[in-house]
Design a binder for this molecule. Sequence first.
Ligand SMILES: *[C@@H]1O[C@H](CO)[C@@H](O)[C@H](O)[C@H]1NC(C)=O
Ligand SMILES: *[C@@H]1O[C@H](CO)[C@@H](O)[C@H](O)[C@H]1NC(C)=O
Length: 327
Amino acid sequence: MLSRHIFSTIPIVLNFIPAVLSQTYYTQNAHFKGKNFLDAFNWETFDDPTHGRVNFIDQQTALNTNLSYADDDVFIMRADYHQIVPSYARGRDSVRITSHDAWGDSLLVLDLAHMPEGCATWPAYWTVSKNGPWPQGGEMDIIEGVNLNNNNLASLHTMTNCTMPQTRSQTGQVVSTNCDAAVNYNQGCGVAFATPASYGSGFNTNGGGWVATWRSPNSISHWFWPRNAPNVPDEIRQGDSDVVTPGENWGTPDATFVWPQCDYNSHFDPHQIIFDLTLCGDWAGNAFPTAGCGPGNCQDFVDNNPDAFGNAFWEINSLTVYTPSSF
Ligand SMILES: *[C@@H]1O[C@H](CO)[C@@H](O)[C@H](O)[C@H]1NC(C)=O
Ligand SMILES: *[C@@H]1O[C@H](CO)[C@@H](O)[C@H](O)[C@H]1NC(C)=O
């Protein structure tokens, strides 16, 4: 609050403010909205590495079939919800996009109107090292869950020797503390957000909201505000071009990851941003029988119930990347 006051009222003092302030001044490096996504992201078409019952399609096919849609205001990507999938097919048509660019220390602000929900779905908004090979350089999952989950799970997946303290300053619940991808079948270190409005149908019922992710040598922290929350910070709601001191006056984060037992610099390097929607696979498929989605198995459900995927879509208002700037 103090620093903002100084900036707005006596800018001339800036020249004399010591360098320490520059570390907390973030400025817009990239802003993705509507059609920007078409140029800034790659539509991946490989087999889903998590073994989902999906067929990731290229951008032209996605636009032709309206499984991806962009205008000036919004970007939408979804799974097909019309066709029966033949058993010999690779899976139900869906979309996975990866940013061309990569960022290290940064503030990501996602304004999201709708996320995929429903049985068999496994959507994720996440980042991963551009250099790799995975898990070198790290993976940071920001929005993730499966089936009828109603609390978001944020996690990290890393090389060896990276764990999280059980107790941290966050409102979410610690699910697991070892980030090493080679441990616990790549469970990673995860934190479940406290509010059901943070994922799936609860998220969508509220018209979505904002997720801010601040990645720095001090911590990785995530804040979530539902659309109708009374306490959405002005700079987040308005999409300001600069953010001074991320986290200041934002309240306790929903999830936070800190480094006393993990060397940040050797475990994390610049990351690309990914949005995807897979179906079944290693997590959603294995959890399907106990998710209240049966009877039957996940693959049969996906193949034979196109109507179940009408709400399996991402609707993104904007994604903004801020990077630390020095004067
Ligand atoms: C494509 O999807 C958009 C967004 O859901 C929708 O507004 C539009 O009507 C769809 N177009 C067609 C041809 O179905
Ligand atoms: C494990 O990480 C800690 C820092 O978190 C470091 O002090 C220690 O040397 C590392 N151990 C190995 C075997 O790399």
